[in-house]
Design a protein around this ligand. Structure first.
Ligand code: FAD
Length: 321
């Protein structure tokens, strides 16, 4: 059974989640009896970048080198991916459960009359049909969902698996589809690029602040700790809603899903909606002055104390290393 994976890129370069989805597609193909692993890449991406996909398990790459795809349009992307599914004769389609993957998956499911499982967290099981495990209730529980349609779509939660690079090369082929400007439907007129630190979805170390820090004027002590660790900053939703921090730092059910090696949560209560985005972190450190804060139940290490006293000491200690 042939598997197709949509591989997202950021300004021509693939990030961790792109390699993760290709790995996942290759492992899925193996588990369902072999077959091609076809990667679909849309927009301006160099051959050198594309060649990497073979090392993560793609056997074929369908590339549509059309600069109009450099600006995301769910309609146009879905149409191009659907053409790729036909071209590859794929029966299983994998996308990342990220912003663009979420937007594309529903349209694609409607176009291909395919069953879709959003938020998958494991490989499909085929002992009794085609069953995919997914998160429900903000990561508090799991559901096992059987897909019964001919074409099956899986949207994989980013950072579920760590990508592994191996050997291998993929054959490049042009994606045969022609799209009119009307297929895109939207045109980007301006862009504000966030520069600087490693993006949250890629970060191995994350330092995050909540309402316990009282106001944006106090973020300096968190930034100092972030700098000492070389970490990316994150925050809880109320902090972003109050404009203390920019929205791209917000993690949780309605924000980013991350899986760093270290997540340090400062002055965050640990509500279920926050945990939904961070509870797959390898090590969680919680700093909170309330010993009853729910976050301590999810923590590997906890400090009961006032952030305004603990953070400067922690930063000083980290800087000594
Ligand atoms: P609070 O709940 O106010 O907690 C502040 C914490 O700081 C407390 O535990 C307190 O003990 C501690 N504290 C206070 N002073 C200090 C000090 N000096 N030193 C140390 N600790 C201190 N939230 C998210 O974060 N992400 C989401 O994606 C998200 N999605 C949501 C979706 C829905 C549909 C809903 C209903 C809610 C969502 N929320 C989300 C909100 C969530 O329910 C919580 O309200 C929010 O996470 C709380 O943020 P907080 O922990 O920063 O603030």
């Amino acid at each position: 059974m042939s598997v197709l994976v949509f591989v997202d890129h950021t300004q021509g370069s693939f990030k961790k989640k792109a390699f993760e989805t290709v790995n996942y597609a290759a492992e899925t193909a193996k588990r369902i009896g072999g077959g091609d692993v076809t990667a679909v890449v849309l927009g301006t991406v160099s051959n050198e970048e594309i060649n990497q996909l073979g090392q993560y398990g793609a056997t074929k790459v369908l590339h549509l080198n059309d600069a109009r795809f450099d600006n995301f349009s769910a309609r146009a992307y879905a149409k191009a991916i659907a053409a790729g599914v036909q071209q590859a004769g794929a029966k299983v389609v994998i996308v990342s459960y990220n912003v663009s993957g979420k937007a594309v998956a529903g349209i694609l499911a409607a176009q291909l009359k395919a069953g879709l499982v959003s938020g998958a967290v494991d490989y499909p099981q085929t002992d009794n049909g085609f069953v995919v495990k997914k998160t429900v209730f903000s990561g508090k529980a799991f559901a096992h969902v059987k897909i019964t349609s001919d074409v099956k779509i899986i949207a994989l939660v980013p950072n579920t698996f760590a990508p592994k690079k191996g050997e291998g090369a993929a054959a490049a082929e042009a994606l045969n589809v022609s799209l009119s400007d009307a297929d895109f439907g939207i045109t980007k007129v301006a862009e504000d690029v966030v520069k600087g630190e490693i993006p949250l979805s890629e970060a191995e170390l994350v330092v995050s602040g909540g309402r316990g820090l009282k106001g944006p004027e106090n973020w300096g002590i968190l930034e100092d700790l972030g700098k000492a660790f070389g970490a990316t900053l994150a925050c809880s939703r109320p902090v972003a809603d109050a404009h203390w921090r920019p929205h791209h730092e917000h993690v949780g059910q309605t924000g980013g899903t991350i899986r760093p090696n270290l997540y340090v949560a400062v002055g965050i209560s640990g509500a279920i909606q926050h945990l939904a985005g961070v509870n797959s972190s390898k090590t969680i450190v919680v700093i909170n002055k309330d010993p009853e804060a729910p976050f301590f139940k999810a923590a590997d290490y906890g400090v009961v104390g006032d952030a305004f006293e603990v953070l400067p000491k922690l930063t000083e200690a980290v800087n000594k290393f």
